[in-house]
Design a protein around this ligand. Sequence first.
Ligand code: SAM
Length: 251
Amino acid sequence: MKLLLEGARQLGLSLTGEHLRMFQVYYGELVAWNARFNLTAITDYEQVQVRHFLDSLSCVRALVGTDYLLPVTLAGPALRLARPLTCIDVGSGAGFPGLPLKIVFPRLHLTLLEATGKKVTFLEHMVERLGLEEVMVIKGRAEELGQMPGHRERYDLVLARAVAELPALAEYLLPLCRLGGLCIAQKGIEAQAEVASAQAALAILGGELRRIIPVELPGLAETRHLVVLEKTARTPEKYPRRPGMPTKRPL
Ligand code: SAM
């Protein structure tokens, strides 16, 4: 786990032996279950460390300078959450980015939302295998959860990686985010263009672009991007529309 350890250090995270043990278990289970469940195309030991674990942890870059993290002087050498945050990972797949963040920030109250049953089974197994507390795994769609009172406008932090293009993704994420909360969409090189095409959706749904943060990962040629949105106005009740509509007819 050398690549992970060094990459995390560059993000301001100091991983302990226990963290590394948990990531090792996660790697072993991901590869073991992948044969049957087809969870990921990436199974190489070093590639998983970079493209799954570090890429997930890179979300922390969007929190630096916000009141979600303790000021660095108070936190000491490693970044820490300022308080228990409610967080939802939408379309979590095999747990990215939610589970690596939970390993490093145990005070995260994490919800993993995933539409596909076999991936939900894996997520439930992983949560139990890692002994994680305050993690809820839900089988369902963002369009449904966004209309449920227990989830709508409830989360401090809403995350998604590789789920949909930003105009549709905004309709998944913003209804779940509390007023003043943050959404982070992990994107590749197409981030700027997606933001440009999502302007109407953001205005309708109550989101504003805060930052686009470029992220370089060790050994990766392509630059990744964190698109950071702030929820600045309530989402009108009619959004999200019924399942399938956000991608079929993006705002
Ligand atoms: N976030 C993970 C990652 O980056 O490795 C998984 C990415 S995978 C390409 C997209 C996942 O989002 C799939 O597992 C799919 O089932 C889920 N998904 C797509 N649309 C969804 C929706 N509307 N609600 C919930 N999950 C959704």
